[in-house]
Design a binder for this molecule. Structure first.
Ligand code: ZN
Length: 438
């Protein structure tokens, strides 16, 4: 039975008020409602606490008010915007409503029960990774730690990979504690042993989340965790196997927990699709040293740069008109045959941005993203002119591009127009310049 009825008016600490419209859901900490802010009429979400330990904890309310005074580190956070007054025996905070089309990350790991919860492309997976790393990099740089990163912290658009981060009432200034310690299978060993969560423990959980976005399975699940001996785990034993004594299933130094065919097929299958640089990064981030030593964990900002490089090198395959466009991770020159559909792969062109950003591979149907943007600047297309196949780049931005060919000829490409990708020419996109390499 929800605590608040539709029509209930709640006063907010900034002097405004809100009216409850409808109950949405409840969890361990409290309930979520759709509300209308007064004045203005904007519809928002209200989290209303029902957990007595939170309601009676003055530090929790103090931290919540402190976070409200700060701006959200990035748009990905469903950040607390205002705290209500204490009334009806509790309090809460308001945030943006969760938009349509976003799915709980946890559902992506149970696709048999949630058939629509799967990433439609590697680009969507990389986008999710980049947005999560960007958000935590900004959060950490602002002096906060999230403290409880787990598969319930994220809402993701499975088509585009866009991310929203929820439960931001757990966030505290790094080094402080609000009593939240994390979720088993994502919790760093030092936190399981009683230490206060911090940015380093966030990095432990982050590596697990990134692995699961790309691979679905859990990185510490393998032969050892599914052995007869560990079939029925006590909470303490489980905490050790996924914390202090965890062994990465692709650890080259210790194969005791390697993935088992029939049980960890995603870890086996998708690992082959990773580039060697991503495999190397996960082996560093999830090796025994990084598990036990918080200083050895990979920062969110470093992960972000790696994922941006993977996005730049991604190959889009548009081999046959009756096969939907698909993509795959690829290091160096692309193979002659697509590893997914077996078709002959089409042409590729590279844009060399110098030191400004990684060289960007263009293949038919691939969007061009500049820097850390998620809005495409161009779309690469294959054209056949007089029997000759070539690649062109369509300008889908709002800016005019300026091209200089190797012979010195200059011309403009206005929004909606396209240019042939000719080796040696340079493109000025405005803030970014690139040389075309065939
Ligand atoms: Zn293909």
């Amino acid at each position: 039975m929800p605590s608040l009825s539709p029509g209930t008016v709640i006063t907010v600490s900034d002097g405004s008020s809100l009216t409850v419209i409808a109950y949405i859901a409840s969890g361990g900490q409290g309930e979520v409602y759709r509300v209308r802010r007064n004045p203005g009429g904007r519809e928002m979400a209200l989290k209303w606490y029902t957990n007595r330990a939170i309601i009676d904890n003055p530090d929790f309310l103090k931290t919540l008010r402190h976070n409200c005074r700060h701006k959200a580190p990035s748009d990905a956070f469903l950040w607390p915007e205002a705290v209500t007054d204490r009334q009806y025996g509790s309090f809460g905070y308001i945030m943006r409503l969760r938009p349509e089309g976003f799915v709980d990350l946890g559902k992506f790991f149970c696709i048999d029960r949630n058939p629509q919860a799967y990433f439609r492309s590697w680009l969507a997976k990389l986008t999710a990774c980049i947005q999560i790393c960007d958000a935590f990099s900004r959060l950490h740089n602002n002096g906060f730690s999230y403290q409880d990163i787990n598969d319930g912290s994220f809402l993701i658009d499975p088509f585009r990979g866009h991310v929203l981060i929820c439960d931001n009432d757990n966030i505290v200034s790094d080094g402080c504690s609000n009593g939240v310690s994390g979720k088993p299978h994502y919790m760093a060993p030092e936190v399981a042993e009683g230490n206060t969560p911090d940015r380093a423990s966030d990095r432990f959980s982050l590596a697990i989340i990134l692995y699961r976005i790309l691979m679905i399975d859990h990185p510490f699940e393998g032969r050892s965790t599914t052995s007869d001996e560990n079939r029925c785990l006590t909470p303490d034993r489980e905490m050790l196997l996924f914390g202090r004594e965890a062994v990465f299933c692709h650890d080259t130094a210790d194969r005791s927990n390697a993935p088992v065919e029939g049980l960890h097929d995603n870890s086996i299958l998708y690992w082959r699709y990773l580039t060697s640089r991503l495999q190397r990064a996960f082996r560093i981030a999830l090796c025994r040293r990084a598990i036990v030593d918080p200083c050895c964990r990979i920062r969110a900002s470093s992960w972000k740069q790696m994922m941006l490089a993977e996005r730049a090198a991604l190959v889009t395959c548009h081999a046959a008109p009756d096969v939907p466009v698909h993509d795959y991770l690829c290091e160096g020159a692309k193979p002659d045959l697509c590893p997914l559909c077996g078709s002959m792969t089409g042409a590729e062109v590279w844009l060399d941005f110098g030191d400004a950003m990684p060289a960007y591979r263009l293949t038919a149907s691939k969007p061009l993203f500049l820097g850390e943007s998620f809005v495409p600047e161009g779309i690469c297309r294959a054209v056949n002119s007089s029997g000759v196949d070539s690649l062109v780049l369509e300008n889908v931005s709002r800016h005019t591009w300026h091209i200089v060919e190797s012979g010195g000829r200059r011309f403009k490409v206005v929004p909606g127009a396209y240019c042939r990708l000719v080796g040696g020419a340079s493109i000025n996109f405005g803030s970014w310049r690139a040389k075309i390499e065939i």
